[in-house]
Design a protein around this ligand. Sequence first.
Ligand code: NAI
Length: 312
Amino acid sequence: MGSSLVLTRRQPTRCRSPSSVVSVRLAPPFKPGRTSTYSRAMELSGKTAVITGGASGIGLGMARSFATHEMKLVLADIEQGALDEAVAELSATTDVIGVRTDVSRLDEVQALADATMDRFGAAHVLCNNAGVGIADPVWAMSLEDWRWTIDINLWGPIYGIQVFHPIMERQGEGHINSTASMAGLYAGQSLGAYNVSKHGVVALMASLARDLRTAKSPIRASVLCPGPVDTKITDSARNRSAESASQHVGTEAGNRFYANLTAALQQGMDPDAVGDLVADGILSDRFWMITHPNYLDGVVAQTQQIATGDLL
Ligand code: NAI
């Protein structure tokens, strides 16, 4: 969900590192065109990928792309019917299992790892992709709206890293990708809880990548920031419990925003193309995986405005 970005054409920002930085590099210099922080990419063929939210949309697109790279697959999703269909489709081309998982629950993410190790004995790629969204002005979101969104979108990836990172370190190889959004780089209107969760995912993955690099770990990390993709994300409430949903109030402004967003997403990118982009990103060791680079203009413009104190 990135269609709320303000698009403006600006000259690229030229950033300088502060001259006072001596031993601790808090903000390394910006290097235009630098795409990889690592020196060694991972082969995919014969490896095992775990994809949360793998039953539909972008997650299913990743699964289809990974299958063409001859990866074995573990699809994790809360929606059993869609999960069964995805497993049936992919089992024609690769070795695949489906594990019903609620990523907002640590015990279920642990059970996902156990099922993965039981079946394949390894977990080389983890895609923390499951996500939900809800639209309303910040003040109109109930506390349960905030919890539901952040539990899935941010705690899901945190649990994923907690459980799968030790497995990958033992293997001496692995790649953790999380799906954030352009909403993780630019907080547009009406998506407060979603924006907060996705900014958290970007920070989580950048922190992870830098910590791994500092520790000279063989494990890689990356973040996917899609713009509009043609999926069912605006129908996220289909997977919300009745009790949680009953605490959503909803406003006319939020409903109108979501109707417009739904129409925009229907013109969005094919999720299978996003899957290919992620596979390519893992193969070429990209940290930032961006589906709509033109949207970065808004992000750059916002960064430039920090100096003037204005919010675009
Ligand atoms: P989708 O609704 O088609 O797929 C999301 C999947 O996550 C579904 O299969 C759903 O059943 C699953 N899921 C929901 N709650 C879950 C839970 N608690 N545990 C496990 N699985 C759960 O939507 P889409 O777009 O494919 O979403 C995938 C990711 O992409 C999300 O993180 C979303 O925020 C992100 N994204 C989507 C954009 C878009 O334009 N579609 C743009 C930017 C980011």
